[in-house]
Design a protein around this ligand. Structure first.
Ligand code: FRU
Length: 476
């Protein structure tokens, strides 16, 4: 039995978990793995009228293992199709995992670029020795799998000063030139991004190494690059950045620098800004849809953290964030929930909050709060989740329901609007139209959960949200 068939059987046998009503942590409107472990989003793209979300997927266990590219697709972000993995390890150059990467759509056909992970057997440190990170092109898409793999770059093709850790290609096209960024760990333990170009997709030439003025961690994972409203943005997920006051509180970070100048020549990177101030947000990727929107999806989790993920008891773990539309204001990225999610809204409940209001809530809901008066606000959700704004700072905190998630703080002078998406065991909070976002998992007793808001005066709407539907296809 080959690995793909094994995986398929495993996924089929356990897929009923998707409907397992006794699982209190399964999200209603977030994408989560049928079984096993999911990590970051890969290959986000739109082909025709269909959006594709591939993801790092290790179906055999609730921890990372031999990673596949799992696959969901959707036309409307309400009805999804789940198919068996699109990529698996079936070559020597990717035998220990088809790691993260991206999809370039050329003439209506997806071309996948990913990292083939190889771990040699021996007494290696797996940083300077013992690991291959191969850059691979996969094509020959049949609507479900990529059939033809071509090895593009091996470790010996990367610059001398980098370790074996060079991965997560993001590819895009500028006029007739193909461009690629790769995340890398230098031998002197400085994270950077390698920038390559190609005219034929097969031969790639190194054009630049992108670093911040001062080193920022030892490794940059999952880089992405795009120009939005005339601003050039390099996003990446650095590892090894020490905490600095309320900044960089998680074990790993995700954020962006604005790139001034020429990505292939003289450039400077602005100060690094985190994309999220919560506990569970990592390795986001973006794509441009056919309407021209720059859509971001992140991994709603935190690798190597000591937070609890209670759904492991039900045979699955991790999920993706809701899709978010990016825009630039005053040189900073703003994130807004994708408008298509409004189709999930049911039974609106509107009130004018004067001082405070408390209500019961469904397991999956959205709120939109417009603050009219007040210089502080306290919002409570679940059993002990609190979002508090006072003295120009916002704090998200949990008691027991946080399973190790305590508190995270970020500065915010004025609070005008809170858009909040709560989905059973996750919360995404967009403040001031997405200028500041907090994303987190939490595990509150659904029966004891309430929602309350205390502020001098605010307009408040809450919608119960219906679940997305997931259809299985091509599972033999
Ligand atoms: C991000 C990441 C990537 C890598 C993948 C492996 O979390 O570590 O750098 O390609 O996950 O699953």
């Amino acid at each position: 039995m080959n690995v793909r068939t094994q995986n398929l059987l495993c996924a089929c046998q356990k897929l009923e978990g998707i409907q397992n009503k006794s699982d209190p942590w399964r999200p209603e409107f977030h994408v989560s793995p049928p079984v096993g472990w999911m990590n970051d989003p890969n290959g986000l793209c739109q082909i025709g009228d269909t959006h594709h979300l591939f993801f790092q997927y290790s179906p055999f266990d609730t921890k990372p293992g031999l990673n596949y590219w799992g696959h969901f697709s959707t036309r409307d972000f309400v009805h999804y199709t789940y198919q068996e993995p699109a990529l698996c390890s079936d070559e020597q150059f990717d035998c220990h995992g088809v790691y993260s990467g991206s999809v370039l759509v050329e003439n209506g056909q997806p071309l996948a670029f990913y990292t083939g992970n190889v771990k040699k057997v021996g007494a290696y440190d797996y940083v300077e020795e013992g690991r291959e990170h191969n850059t691979i092109l996969a094509q020959g898409w049949d609507g479900c799998h990529f059939h033809q793999k071509t090895l593009l770059l091996r470790n010996e093709d990367y610059p001398e000063n980098v370790t074996c850790h060079v991965r997560d290609p993001k590819v895009w096209k500028e006029q007739d030139t193909y461009c690629m960024v790769l995340g890398a760990r230098r031998k002197d333990d400085v994270g950077e991004v390698l920038f390559y170009q190609s005219t034929d997709l097969l031969h790639w030439e190194l054009k630049n190494s992108l670093v911040t003025e001062k080193p920022l961690g030892y490794m940059w994972e999952c880089p992405d690059y795009f120009v939005l409203d005339g601003v050039s943005v390099l996003t990446f997920s650095p590892q090894g950045v020490p905490a600095d006051g309320f900044r960089f509180q998680n074990i790993y970070q995700s954020g962006y620098c604005v790139l001034h100048g020429d990505i292939g020549g003289d450039y400077t990177l602005s100060e690094f800004r985190e994309l999220d101030a919560g506990f569970d947000f990592y390795a986001p990727q973006t794509y441009q849809d056919e309407q021209g929107r720059r859509i971001l999806i992140g991994w709603l989790g935190m690798p190597d953290s000591d937070y609890g993920y209670a759904e492991k008891a039900y045979g699955w773990t991790q999920m993706q964030t809701i899709p978010r539309v990016l825009s630039v204001r005053d040189g900073a990225l703003y994130q807004q929930p994708l408008p298509e999610l409004q189709a999930l809204r049911r039974s609106a409940f509107r009130i004018q909050v004067e001082e405070s209001s408390e209500m019961r809530c469904a397991p999956a809901y959205e709120t939109d709060i417009r603050v009219e008066e007040g210089d502080h606000l306290t919002l409570r959700f679940g059993t002990d989740g609190v979002l508090e704004w006072k003295d120009g700072m916002v704090t998200l905190s949990f008691g027991e329901s946080g399973l190790g998630r305590t508190s995270r703080t970020a500065p915010l002078e004025q609070l005008k609007r809170i858009q909040l998406f709560c989905d059973t065991s996750s919360i995404e909070i967009f403040l001031n139209d997405g200028a500041l976002v907090f994303t987190s998992r939490f595990y509150a007793d659904p029966v004891a959960s309430v929602f309350s808001v205390a502020v001098q005066k605010a307009e408040f709407i809450m919608w119960e949200l219906q679940p997305i539907s997931i259809r299985k296809e091509n599972l033999l």
